[in-house]
Design a protein around this ligand. Structure first.
Ligand code: ADP
Ligand code: TZP
Ligand code: MG
Length: 269
């Protein structure tokens, strides 16, 4: 499968995607884990989307069909949640609504690994995970240490390309550099800071942002890369204006709120 070397996401592309995103304020149907509900909703709100955590099987099909995008995050998977997720994916696909998968801790645990392997046959628009998760989902690794990666994103680039090729999804593998690929073309976003790994939910919330950017996207590769760039830039900027994980979280939300198409150079410096 021919694939080219990663190229940086141009700031002009991010500016365009951010303008589109803010103009539409996408409604995001979030099925995620119990740990990150609050940071996920606040990241989406600060960035400019409208989150709704609708989880009952009785409500999921109707809501997935009218949302702009759906997020499936298996961080605290259990049987009732799994059934609701299957219904959300079916309803989203029937209505042409893009859905994104965050394969939290896949590889480490068989139940969620089997479920995610099955789910990726159902045409996800995007998959966002850390390096260990993307390698495990691609069948090229045993998973990380719980929800954390034990590899760098560079090591998962081939697995990300393979997964994109197999599923048709845009695959984002995050870490020091985020790589976003459709299997042929790969974009790189270099922004971020290691402190982001010390605040729970930065990855999960990024996946929700990825889902939000896929809503109404003309170019899904640019859309997913822009979500990664936005989070990375906000994280890098927030670290400079905070003293540790607690104040970082507040500064991160502030930075997501203040990023504009015309201050990208300043925020990303
Ligand atoms: N070493 C790092 N340097 C800079 N940014 C990082 C680093 N590790 C992770 N990030 C950023 O933290 C966010 C969460 O990514 P990651 O830690 O890979 O996901 P997860 O929380 O799912 O394991 C992303 O925005 C990513 O770019
Ligand atoms: C700690 C934890 N345990 C189950 S899900 C979860 C949250 C993981 O969040 P992230 O992948 O964003 O670090
Ligand atoms: Mg994660």
């Amino acid at each position: 499968m021919p694939s080219s070397a990663p190229t940086p996401l141009p700031l002009a592309t991010l500016a365009q995607e951010l303008t589109r995103f803010r103009a539409t304020r996408p409604l995001v149907h979030v099925l995620t884990n119990e740990v990150v509900q609050e940071i996920t909703a606040n990241v989406l709100l600060a960035a400019g989307a409208a989150p709704a955590m609708i989880v009952a099987q009785e409500e999921v099909p109707a809501f997935a069909a009218i949302a702009g995008a759906v997020l499936i995050n298996v961080g605290t998977l259990h049987s009732v949640r799994l059934a609701a997720m299957e219904q959300a994916v079916n309803a989203a696909n029937a209505a042409g609504v893009p859905w994104t998968l965050d394969p939290v801790a896949v590889g480490a645990l068989k139940y969620r690994t089997d479920f995610c392997r099955e789910l990726i046959r159902q045409k996800p628009a995007a998959i966002r995970g850390n390096a260990s998760e993307i390698m495990a989902l691609a069948g090229a690794g045993m998973g990380g240490r719980g929800v954390d990666s034990t590899s760098g994103s560079d090591a998962a680039l081939d697995a990300a390309r393979f997964l994109a090729h197999e599923t048709g999804a845009i695959v984002a593998v995050t870490g020091e550099t985020d790589y976003i690929t459709d299997g042929k073309t790969t974009l790189a976003t270099p922004w971020g800071h290691p402190i982001m790994t010390q605040v729970v939910g930065t990855g999960c919330a990024l996946s929700a942002l990825v889902a939000a950017f896929t809503a109404g996207a003309r170019n899904r590769l640019d859309a997913v890369a822009s979500a990664c760039a936005m989070a990375g830039m906000a994280g890098q900027h927030a670290q400079k204006h905070s003293q540790g994980p607690g104040s970082f979280k507040a500064a991160f939300l502030d930075a997501l709120y203040h990023i504009q198409p015309d201050n990208l150079a300043e925020i990303s410096a």
